[in-house]
Design a protein around this ligand. Structure first.
Ligand code: FES
Length: 166
């Protein structure tokens, strides 16, 4: 590109050959924008349908966790509920009663464990503590209680019948 004497220096330093540059017209840009929006909306709708929005929820499964005698007082037992890979803790208190909670800490998802010496649930990652009977936060960074799993004791066994992590 040759510089005319009246042209400023930047035209040679940052030269653009306007005749060889292709532009998008405003109409084309709007068309591409609309096409992109329609594609995004269709993708979102597809993902929502795939995730089952509007599908009736299945009843929670009833699953035997353990025989009562297999869990001594002041101890815990890990199990999976409501589905495989969703870990939970069954805790047997000193008085023989049971409670169960999701084992996934509500802070950043580490696994909590039953600290029998302090009679609480403890998350080792950032020292989060939960009440062993209610699942409520006692201390540390978690803001929400542990999801409770409903239990039923029948025929010498403890069953999980609902709740927990979805
Ligand atoms: S992940 Fe449990 S306290 Fe942070």
């Amino acid at each position: 590109m040759t510089r005319k004497p009246e042209d400023p220096h930047w035209k040679t330093d940052f030269s653009v050959d306007w005749s060889r540059t292709s532009y998008l017209s405003r109409r084309e840009f709007t068309r591409y924008l609309a096409l992109g929006s329609v594609t995004m909306a269709a993708g979102s709708t597809f993902m929502a349908l795939r995730a089952g929005i509007g599908r009736p929820h299945a009843a929670p499964p009833r699953r035997a966790i353990a025989a009562i005698d297999a869990v001594p007082p002041k101890s815990s037992l890990a199990f999976e509920y409501p589905a495989k890979g969703h870990y939970a803790l069954l805790i047997r208190h000193e008085d023989g009663t049971f409670d169960a909670f999701s084992q996934k800490c509500t802070h950043l998802g580490c696994s909590v464990f039953y600290a029998a010496h302090g009679d609480k649930l403890e998350c080792p990652c950032h020292e989060g503590f939960f009440d062993v009977r209610s699942g409520d936060v006692l201390a540390g960074p978690p803001q929400r209680p542990l999801p409770r799993i409903q239990l039923e004791v029948a025929n010498g066994k403890v069953y999980a019948v609902g709740g927990g992590e979805a």
